[in-house]
Ligand binder design. Sequence first.
Ligand code: SAM
Length: 242
Amino acid sequence: MPKIRLFCPEPLQIDQTVELAEKNAHYLLNVMKLSCGDKLWLFDNQNGEFEAEIVEATKKKCRLKLITQSQEFFQSPDLWLLFAPLKKDKTDFVIEKACELGVRKICPTLTARTNSEKVRLERLTAQTIEACEQCRRVDLPEIQSPLPLPKLLQNWPKERILFLMDESGKGTPIAQAFAACCGKKAAILVGPEGGFAPQEFELLQKYDFVKSISLGPRILRAETAAAAALSCWQALCGDWKD
Ligand code: SAM
């Protein structure tokens, strides 16, 4: 039986009794067929993860008692992902992989050739919660409202390196570039299906916090490039090497 974990927006502590929202109560009692005495885990994105026992289960209500703390709170590595929103299912994929691959902040970035401008933040938030419940994170990534690339660059925190996934082939090989910058705050920028426009490449090159990166000789789909770049960073600089 997989470990059932649920995000709880209210702050948690041992011995507390929590009443689940209707949606989660329905999932536990009617979908997962749990009942009084069964155990699951809750996390709240600030105090860690707690083992809880169902103490009340009625048609509409499910109350849990927190028994022990099973994980201390800790944040995923300080890595941001900037990506140009894609078609729905591909954006879903990017969000889910970004959570599993331990991104701390997700910034939907509007570029000249972005396919779908409409990004529904509540949908992205629901997806990050589901992905973090599954992959046993105790923190949730921050999701920034979509911003146009030029505006993002104007207000960029200068101490953070922006690794531009540059499909033109002019970038530094990714392993070499990341290995040289471990320990520094980092962000990865992936373009849309149609790539970055020439004027965007020109703009990006003006900023010395931008480093062009190559993901090899083949043109990857944006969602592949995002997952590949995040994996490389975790393996070389993040929490895959601990
Ligand atoms: N302009 C591309 C073409 O020539 O078909 C299409 C863009 S690609 C589908 C989407 C994004 O993935 C790019 O903007 C880039 O950020 C990233 N990407 C894909 N292949 C890459 C590579 N070999 N090196 C670096 N980034 C890559």
